[in-house]
Design a protein around this ligand. Structure first.
Ligand SMILES: Cc1cc2nc3c(=O)[nH]c(=O)nc-3n(C[C@H](O)[C@H](O)[C@H](O)COP(=O)(O)OP(=O)(O)OC[C@H]3O[C@@H](n4cnc5c(N)ncnc54)[C@H](O)[C@@H]3O)c2cc1C
Length: 367
């Protein structure tokens, strides 16, 4: 065997997984299809401070902004929810991914880029991966290969359907006047952003990430045009002569946990496992936490010879919260714009104080 564990995908979750495995003394090979690791900024990069810190990756030079709350806009209401101290950070996502992978290499993991894992087989407790860089075998395989996971497909994990994804667009715009750089803006409009929402995430006083997601895949282009022309963004002087789009992208986000994430010695983590908050589409913290659990399970199994219990362990520690995010999203998708406005109005009276005092972006119930 080339190694004890092969991790497929060297982005945030694969990097955290490979680092944890190597730190626990597991011989680890990390395969990445692209010439370099990372998601290349295809992410808004906003995460809870606490959640991100728990992944154990150094954040030196990676945090671009700190956020204290949000301004929520619906058809007829506006609600500001903010705390006195920052709860979330906006990061340079590509730099974070590269750092996670670098730390994995420092801990002993071997990274092979330009190495798309394509064919797999499993026999007598050994998993083989055929990739552009050759055939690699190991006792454990961890698929951290994102929303369209080849590992999940090739090993016959239960499928996620099209309805279990949203489609997203985002652009990073410069030359804006961001009035409140410590507040995110969220726009609720079921016609423009069906069953999801639009956002403006400040990077600094003049730069913001503006985007939206929808489960109406066919209307993404029309929604983008309507959003950018709408008056939702006017406060930031969007569209002024100085405003320019530095980069933009389209991508999908899974919003449902995959019913099974472990088949024998093959595990899935991150977007490949649907370990994403269905309310916001945020997947780095939960995916990374699950990757650490996967690494601990693999290391224990090597030491004790006992079978892996990854599926039970991550669901026990994080499943309740991910399920709650799914339930909230499902309730939201049944609301029309008038009901959303009424909800924001009532939240302004009754819930605001509680959210501000106890609000946690990730953990909304006790596990
Ligand atoms: C518009 C948008 C905004 C988002 N904003 C946020 C946010 O603000 N906060 C947040 O927490 N999350 C956010 N997310 C979600 C977040 O980006 C994902 O949850 C996160 O990237 C998942 O990480 P991952 O490592 O599981 O998968 P990915 O980041 O998708 O990485 C998969 C890796 O596997 C590699 N790969 C794929 N197939 C193979 C193969 N066969 N062989 C070898 N390598 C392979 C890919 O090249 C890639 O490097 C956002 C997503 C979108 C689309």
């Amino acid at each position: 065997m080339d190694s004890e564990a092969v991790v497929v995908g060297a982005s945030a979750v694969g990097g955290v997984c490979a680092k944890e495995l190597s730190s626990l003394g597991v011989q680890t090979l990390l395969l990445e299809e692209h010439p370099a690791p990372g998601k290349f900024h295809k992410c808004s990069g906003i995460m809870s401070k606490k959640g991100l810190a728990s992944l154990g990756v150094s954040l030196d030079g990676i945090v671009l902004n700190e956020v204290k709350g949000a301004r929520l806009f619906s058809e007829r209401h506006e609600l500001k929810i903010a705390t006195s101290h920052s709860q979330a950070v906006v990061i340079n996502r590509q730099a974070f991914d590269e750092r996670a992978v670098f730390e994995a290499q420092e801990a002993g993991a071997k990274l092979v880029c330009n190495s798309r894992a394509e064919k797999f087989s499993s026999k007598g407790g050994t998993v083989s991966v055929q990739s552009k860089s050759g055939t690699h075998s190991a006792k454990f395989l961890v698929g951290c290969d994102g929303a369209s996971s080849t590992v999940a497909r090739e090993f016959g994990f239960p499928k996620l359907e099209a309805k279990d994804f949203v489609s997203a667009w985002e652009g990073e715009f410069t030359g804006l006047k961001v009035g409140e750089p410590d507040l995110v803006q969220l726009y609720f409009d079921q016609k423009l952003f069906t069953n999801f929402f639009g956002w403006l995430i400040p990077v600094d006083e003049t730069t913001a990430r503006i985007g939206f997601a929808t489960n109406s895949f066919e209307s993404i282009r029309a929604s983008k045009e309507a959003f950018l022309k709408s008056n939702l963004l006017s406060g930031a002087e969007f569209g002024s002569a100085s405003c320019a789009c530095a980069r933009e992208f389209n991508y999908v986000i899974p919003i449902k946990m995959r019913p099974k994430t472990q088949l024998g010695n093959v595990l899935l983590c991150g977007d490949a496992a649907g370990q994403v908050k269905a309310t916001t589409g945020g997947g780095v913290v939960f995916g990374g936490k699950c990757a650490k659990i996967a690494a601990a399970c693999v290391s224990e199994s090597i030491k004790t010879g006992k079978p892996l219990d990854y599926e039970t362990r991550w669901r026990k520690s994080l499943g309740k919260n991910l399920r709650m995010h799914e339930l909230i999203r499902s309730a939201y998708s049944r609301m029309n714009d008038s009901l959303i406005s009424a909800f924001l109005f009532l939240a302004g009276i009754g819930l605001k104080g509680a959210i501000e005092r106890f609000g946690d972006m990730d953990f909304i119930v006790k596990e």
